[in-house]
Design a protein around this ligand. Structure first.
Ligand code: NDP
Length: 286
């Protein structure tokens, strides 16, 4: 029977450490780290994610602000807002909540963010740094997956890792992080043939496809470390992962559940990236 690794528990431990760091800054009368989120439109899921991010910031003492823009905001006005935040010395982290309303170009907006404040790690410069194995901001969900693998004590060096899903947000960057950790990585997607056979070779299996309970025990090697990134809402309102947890638990060495798995770690890594941005900016007197 595998060990269940709860992301909410790990996130809480890490947040306790962050809170202690921010409390110490406050005690010393120093400037407090700050995150600004740009939210365009009224997408209910985005509104709820942004509220979650604000709550998480408050829980560790990081300051946060939300800039609300109408759904029909022009590309120019959106970018002007990003530039204003780039130039505001009190702002350490900038996040543009995705998806943007129709008509707005996400890549142009992300490209406007000062890479030193790009706490989502989506600016092309930070993407490039990740691929070159250089220091930079790494997207939050892939970072969360790596922290969970660390907690599982998964031996990554030389292991066979399979990532199902190749999005820019999750699959591709987590595959790169695994490769940077010396795993031998295969990336699978909707055109992959023999997906089951490939997954069955994985010592580490990361699934990020958004297909509820797609992966059952027939895809999983005995003793594999399994990270389930997927989140889908079922008809009854419950959240389902891409992995059939009950079916896979007996064969896995360790596995993350949904909910209480990768989700809380994603927000936790956003806070960590914001602290990192703050520390870098303070160090360089920015
Ligand atoms: P995308 O839709 O951008 O990408 C999905 C990927 O899965 C694509 O590469 C697609 O292949 C692949 N895929 C889809 N169906 C199959 C299939 N049947 N077999 C093999 N590959 C398949 O999604 P994201 O990467 O943004 O998110 C993936 C999941 O993770 C979603 O459920 C999302 O809600 C969740 N998520 C969770 C987060 C968290 O914090 N827990 C954060 C971000 C996402 P192709 O490229 O060929 O189309």
């Amino acid at each position: 029977m595998g060990t269940v690794i709860y992301g909410n528990e790990l996130a809480q431990e890490l947040k306790d450490g962050m809170k202690a760091r921010v409390d110490e800054l406050r005690r010393q009368g120093r400037r407090i780290p700050s995150l600004s989120v740009i939210l365009a439109g009224e997408n209910p899921a985005s509104l709820s994610y942004v509220r979650g991010k604000q709550k998480a910031c408050a829980s560790v003492g990081i300051e946060s602000s939300v800039i609300r823009l109408p759904a029909d905001v022009s590309q120019e006005a959106l970018e002007a807002e990003i530039i204003r935040l780039n130039e505001d010395p009190a702002v350490d982290g900038i996040l543009v909540q995705l998806p943007l309303p129709a008509g707005l170009e996400e890549s142009r907006a992300i490209g406007r963010i000062d890479p030193r404040k790009d706490v989502d790690g989506l600016h092309p410069l930070n993407v490039g740094r990740l691929y070159l194995g250089e220091e930079g901001f790494v997207p939050c969900t892939p970072r969360g997956c790596m922290e969970l693998l660390k907690r599982m004590e998964a031996p990554l060096d030389g292991c066979r890792a399979v990532v199902v899903g190749r999005s820019h947000l999750v699959g591709s960057p987590v595959a790169r992080l695994l490769q940077n950790a010396n795993a031998t990585v295969t990336i699978c997607h909707s055109h992959t043939r023999n997906l089951r056979e490939i997954c069955r070779q994985a010592d580490v299996l990361i699934v990020a496809i958004g297909q509820p309970h797609f992966i059952d025990h027939t895809y999983v090697k005995e003793g594999a470390y399994v990270i389930d990134v997927g989140i889908s809402k079922a008809a009854d309102g419950s959240l389902k992962g891409d992995v059939d947890f009950d079916d896979v638990l007996p064969v896995a060495k360790a596995i993350t559940p949904v909910p209480k798995g990768v989700g809380p770690m994603t927000i936790c890594m956003l806070l960590d990236n914001t602290l990192k941005a703050y520390e870098e900016r303070e160090k360089h007197g920015l």
